[in-house]
Design a protein around this ligand. Sequence first.
Ligand code: DAH
Length: 350
Amino acid sequence: MDHTGYPELDALLPRLAAIPSLDRGALDAERIAVLGRKQGALTAALRAVARLAPEERKAFGTVSNGLKEAFETAFATREAELAAERLDVPGSTLDLTMPGRARWIGALHPITRVVDEIIAIFRELGFAVAVGPEAETEWFNFGALNFPPDHPAMDMHDTLYLSQGPGERLLLRTHTSPVQVRVMQAGPPPYRVLVPGMAYRNDTADASHTPGFLQIEGLAVDEGIGFVDLKATLTHFARRFFSPTTKVRFRPSYFPFTEPSAELDVECQICHGKGCAACKQTGWMELLGCGMVHPTVLTNCGVDAERYTGWAFGLGPGRTAMQRYDVPDLRLMSGGDMRFLRQLAGQEDA
Ligand code: DAH
C-alpha cells in the first residue's frame, strides 16, 4: 500500500512497513500503539470519519478497513514468524534464539599426517604398505637381522621383554625392521614395501624419546639395486617431503643389518642451516637410518644374496613431525593436550 488518499491514514503506512522487522517486545507494544481501542493510532485516525461529509464516509470506511486488515495481517504474520523461530510450544523451555555451542571438529593427528604423506610419496615410487606383529621373538627382532647374540640392544634396559618362559623369549619389537624379515619370508623378491608401526624401548620419556613410538621401515630388494638407488630415492623423498631445495647429506653409520650403513640428515627446517638450539647449532637434523641390506640378512630370510641386493631405511615420524611443525618436545605429541593439538590442526580454541 503506497497511499490511501487520506493524509491521516497515509501517516501510518511507514509503521505498517516496519512490522516485519520488529522483535517480540516491540511487536506487542506496536500492536497496542496502532490498534489499541483507546489510544491506538489507527483507532484515532478512524475517528476522522466523523468530520467527513456523509457521502464521503463510505469510501473512507472501505479504505480505512482495508488498512486495518493490512495491519492485522502484518501483526499476525510477524507473530507467527517469531513463534516459529523460538518453537513457541506452551511450557517449552527450548529457545532457538540462544547462541549455539561451538562444534567439535576432528582432525588428523600431526604424526598421522606425516605417516600418510610419507606413504603417499613412496606409493608413487611403487612401494606397498606391509605390517607385522608388535610382539616378536628375539629371532625376528635381532637374530635374523644379524645382531650378534651379545648385542647390547638386547639388554633388559633397552628391550621390553614380555615373557621369560621356556623357548624363545617374546619381546615388544624395538624397531619395525623385523617386518623386513616377515616380508621376505612371505614370498620371492622383488620387494618394495613401507612398514608403519609402533616400536618400544625401555627408555625414560624426555623431549626426544618416548617408550612407545612410531617408526616407518622401508625395504627395496630386486636384481641390480645399488647404493645409488638408495641415495636417489631417499634424496627425492626428503625433497618431496620438505622442499625441492632442501639440502641433504648422507653420513656413514653402523647397523648390524646393513652394509654399508648411513644416516640421512636434512638441513635444519627451523634455522635453514644457520645453526639453532633445535639442531644443536649444527644446521642439520637427522631424518633416518639406512643402508644396503646385509647379505646375511637376505640369506637368513631365504633370499638369494648372489642374485638380489637391496636397501632399507628406518624413520621416526614423531621426530619428523617435530621438525615439520617446529614442536620442541616429543611428549606433547602423545600428551593429549587439546590446546596443542588444535594449534597444529590449524584450529582456534573454541
Ligand atoms: N631399525 C633401526 C632403528 O630402529 C633403523 C634402521 C636403520 C632401519 C637402517 C633400517 C635401516 O631398515 O636400514 O634404529
